[in-house]
Design a protein around this ligand. Structure first.
Ligand SMILES: Nc1nc2c(ncn2[C@@H]2O[C@H](COP(=O)(O)OP(=O)(O)O)[C@@H](O)[C@H]2O)c(=O)[nH]1
Ligand SMILES: [Mg+2]
Length: 325
């Protein structure tokens, strides 16, 4: 049986960072798999996780708990039956609802396959000061469903966020485990804690589905001879816009970093080709992580997510101007 953990948390709380850390510290002889679902259709987390040595399955374009969970079930079956991993980590979108996923993982068909262990919820305690997050039912239910709450981004903690977390804990913590972390740096042993949380979770309110959402079994790709395309997705009070460019398109490194830093959106994720190789861009609010590597990626892909309105056309024209070729 595959020991399985759900790693939840709101947009940009550090789920992928934490999974990368866990993978880097996994027991050497074990085979691990990661199932990752993203809100946007372009699919960036797969590219962020591609060097991690795990079996990887991506389900982009919406919320995997919906659409009868079909893409998720197919992805899950493939991973479990073909990969026979010792452990499976599931990263749902930060805008996803945990109930349907947990229901599915505990369904009788998976009983012989899945040994469900603790559900971890990554939290950036500053999100407890943010009305947009607090009013989001998925944010609340992710926290409610967790066995272990990881208060991540301790390096960014301020007095108000520490206090907000303590107050939240008084009200909702219960007998659960909590742990402070930086860069998702949590001990691998946590994953073996049991799944004990029996809090009843509400059925999630109606999800909005964009047309694209039903396609999603694989990350979006480019038709042949097309140099780039863009893709929009919306729901849960958020909008995502992503672009994919072919392997030959290279971007001005500094210009691209500035574009990603200044784009008036909540979230930016990308793996892009630059003259030096590739750059990984990952921004949540003001937290901006940039990494370059001396290899060319198979294509360039970048995605923006925002809870307010964004002028995608204006952002697109400035992005297109950064192409070198
Ligand atoms: N300052 C700081 N940034 C972090 C920490 N953990 C993650 N990040 C950054 O937060 C952003 C979102 O992280 P990611 O793991 O992609 O979030 P996800 O959307 O939950 O998967 C990235 O820019 C990370 O580098 C942390 O402990 N401190
Ligand atoms: Mg992620």
């Amino acid at each position: 049986m595959t020991r399985t953990n759900l790693i939840t948390g709101f947009l940009g709380s550090g789920k992928t960072t934490s999974i990368l850390h866990l993978l880097a510290n996994k027991p050497e002889h074990e085979k691990w798999a990661v199932l990752v679902n993203e809100f946007g259709e372009v699919g960036i987390d797969g590219a962020l996780l591609s060097d991690s040595g795990a079996l990887l399955k991506e389900i982009p374009g919406g919320c995997m708990c919906c659409v009868n969970g079909l893409p998720m079930q197919v992805g899950l079956n493939t991973l479990l039956r073909q990969g026979k991993p010792d452990r499976l980590l599931i990263e749902p979108t930060g805008l996803g609802h945990p109930k349907q996923i947990l229901d599915m993982l505990t369904a009788p068909v998976y009983e012989p396959w899945i040994d469900l262990r603790a559900t971890l919820c990554l939290l950036d305690p500053r999100q407890l000061l943010d009305e947009k997050a607090l009013n989001n039912e998925n944010f609340r239910d992710q926290l409610a469903a967790a066995d272990i709450i990881v208060a991540n981004k301790q390096d960014r903690a301020v007095e108000e966020s520490i206090e907000a977390f303590e107050q939240w804990w008084q009200l909702y913590g219960g007998d659960r485990q909590r742990i402070d972390a930086r860069q998702g740096n949590i001990p691998v042993e946590l994953l073996d804690a049991p799944r004990r949380n029996r809090r009843p979770l509400p059925e999630s309110a109606a999800h909005h589905h964009s047309a694209g959402e039903r396609k999603g079994l694989a990350a979006l790709s480019l038709p042949e001879h097309q140099r780039w395309r863009r893709s929009l997705n919306s729901g849960q009070g958020h909008q995502a816009c992503g672009w994919i460019f072919d392997a030959e398109t290279r971007f001005d490194t500094i210009g691209l970093m500035e574009w990603a830093r200044l784009a008036p959106v909540d979230r930016v994720k990308g793996v892009m080709r630059i003259p030096e190789g590739l750059v990984r861009l990952n921004r949540q609010g003001q937290d901006f992580h940039i990494e370059t590597q001396n290899v060319a990626p198979p294509d360039s892909r970048i995605e923006l997510i925002t809870a307010s309105d964004a002028d995608w056309n204006a952002l697109q024209s400035s992005l297109l101007k950064l192409r070198l070729d």
